[in-house]
Design a protein around this ligand. Structure first.
Ligand SMILES: [Cu+2]
Length: 191
């Protein structure tokens, strides 16, 4: 009787060991690592979309600043826009959406201009002013961000255009519009 019990326990132990070994065989550590790497690559390939927004009123903006300044047919008129900016240092309808988000290293960020004006989505070391002195003064950003002063023409996005950016190292990355410097995004970049 006793020997049968031992035999039974021995079979159970052997079964448990073989099952454990079987599990290890099915999912070796190298395979787990490869799966994680594939998932990371998939995350990096997904595009993070950012909308660049404004609500300029074409007729008043084009009359005040020049033809082609704003392609929208209606919105906030130019005098109201300057008035709001002087009061609040920001015009909330001019913004990046979302203004804060997380991406992986190398993941594409596609910023599309859905407004009526030209905008930029420019990475800067520190937020600062842009290339329009009046808007810098009214928004309280008297000193331009250096990156805005050396920006190639191709970085200025007309309505409907998209700028694709990515960040090559983990940390915090800042993006701003070099025309309307209160338009900002803070991006957390993770491995
Ligand atoms: Cu802008």
């Amino acid at each position: 009787m006793r020997s049968r019990l031992w035999l039974y326990q021995g079979v159970a132990v052997a079964f448990a060991v073989s099952t454990a070994i079987g599990c290890t065989d099915v999912t070796p550590p190298t395979e787990v690592a490869a799966t994680v790497a594939v998932n990371r690559n998939a995350a990096a390939l997904r595009v993070m979309n950012v909308n660049i927004l404004d609500n300029c009123d074409g007729p008043s903006f084009n009359a005040a600043v020049g033809p082609g300044t704003c392609s929208r047919t209606s919105g906030i008129n130019f005098a109201q826009f300057l008035n709001l900016l002087g009061k609040h240092q920001t015009v909330s309808s001019y913004r990046f959406s979302p203004a804060g988000f997380t991406v992986h290293v190398g993941q594409n960020i596609a910023a599309v201009d859905l407004g009526g004006e030209v905008h930029t989505f420019t990475r800067v070391a520190d937020f600062g002013g842009g290339v329009v002195p009046l808007l810098n003064t009214l928004s309280g950003n008297p000193t331009p961000a250096p990156e805005c002063l050396t920006l190639p023409g191709s970085e200025f996005l007309p309505p409907g255009a998209t700028d694709v950016e990515s960040v090559g190292a983990p940390g915090t990355a800042k993006f701003q519009c070099c025309i309307h410097p209160w338009m900002r995004a803070v991006v957390q970049v993770v491995p």
